[in-house]
Design a binder for this molecule. Sequence first.
Ligand SMILES: *[C@@H]1O[C@H](CO)[C@@H](O)[C@H](O)[C@H]1NC(C)=O
Ligand SMILES: *[C@@H]1O[C@H](CO)[C@@H](O)[C@H](O)[C@H]1NC(C)=O
Ligand SMILES: *[C@@H]1O[C@H](CO)[C@@H](O)[C@H](O)[C@H]1NC(C)=O
Ligand SMILES: *[C@@H]1O[C@H](CO)[C@@H](O)[C@H](O)[C@H]1NC(C)=O
Ligand SMILES: *[C@@H]1O[C@H](CO)[C@@H](O)[C@H](O)[C@H]1NC(C)=O
Length: 248
Amino acid sequence: MLGKMAAAVATFACLVMLSSLQAYEATAVPHSQVNGIVRGTVYLNPKLSVPQQYKQIIWRFNNSLKILTKKWNQPVSYPSGSFQNKLHYHENHTLEINQLQKQDSGIFQIQVEDNLSKKTNEDIQLDVYEPVPKPRMNFTIRANKDGWCNVTLACIVDATQVTYHWRKNEKDLVGENSNTLDDQLKLESDASYKCIISNPVSEETGFIHYGSLCKKDEKNSAVPVSLARKTADSILAFGFLLLVHNWV
Ligand SMILES: *[C@@H]1O[C@H](CO)[C@@H](O)[C@H](O)[C@H]1NC(C)=O
Ligand SMILES: *[C@@H]1O[C@H](CO)[C@@H](O)[C@H](O)[C@H]1NC(C)=O
Ligand SMILES: *[C@@H]1O[C@H](CO)[C@@H](O)[C@H](O)[C@H]1NC(C)=O
Ligand SMILES: *[C@@H]1O[C@H](CO)[C@@H](O)[C@H](O)[C@H]1NC(C)=O
Ligand SMILES: *[C@@H]1O[C@H](CO)[C@@H](O)[C@H](O)[C@H]1NC(C)=O
């Protein structure tokens, strides 16, 4: 179990690295993107170069609301009530945002006005996601006379903006990206299924271990059998959540 978990964590770490790389590559265009998790923290690191001396630095939200101003040699001020207690401005011009909420998603723009009043802007898009909740699993079995069993597995989660991946006996089922999975099994065969639900900031895994359930329903052949009531006994489920911040 730990091995599987480690593998899943490694896979996810790899995904995180890929997305950081993409963000890094995107710095050539004046628009980068950062993901955050609800109640978490993000650091917005502008790529533009701030001169040693400047007149002022202003951060705006969604191209209107002024949320931070820093005049040369003066303390930072936070003009907007809604962001006031969540922002922390670092000497290196990184903006830290705490206690993220979904409604903090939007464009954060830094504007640097140098000592000749020349203005330079940079936009950073922030997308804040809820952590993926733990999935509920269910399945339906249809037994054939010829010794095969058709199963439909479902991975149920109350969330939008998530993607699904399935694994059977630790092998990826490439192209299976919906919340249900249809499969055929020989009677008596044993299989373990994993449904991995993710968004850019977290993931959860649901498990179904499929034992000899198929056999029992042989006489009900070709009749859909709902085993939802039995799921508590036959499903092993665990999930994990990775809190990701500071990987800009
Ligand atoms: C403006 O800043 C530059 C370097 O950032 C400096 O060389 C120059 O002396 C400054 N000019 C004024 C008027 O402060
Ligand atoms: C600036 O400082 C903050 C806090 O120490 C750090 O998290 C951030 O990575 C720094 N930014 C850069 C661009 O080095
Ligand atoms: C900020 O802009 C985004 C679109 O870029 C929008 O979805 C969001 O609702 C806006 N937020 C606020 C608080 O106006
Ligand atoms: C089982 O699945 C196969 C292939 O999808 C299908 O042809 C067959 O009719 C199904 N059998 C039952 C009992 O649902
Ligand atoms: C299993 O989940 C699917 C997808 O949400 C749903 O359509 C189906 O009715 C559920 N089946 C049972 C037996 O609960």
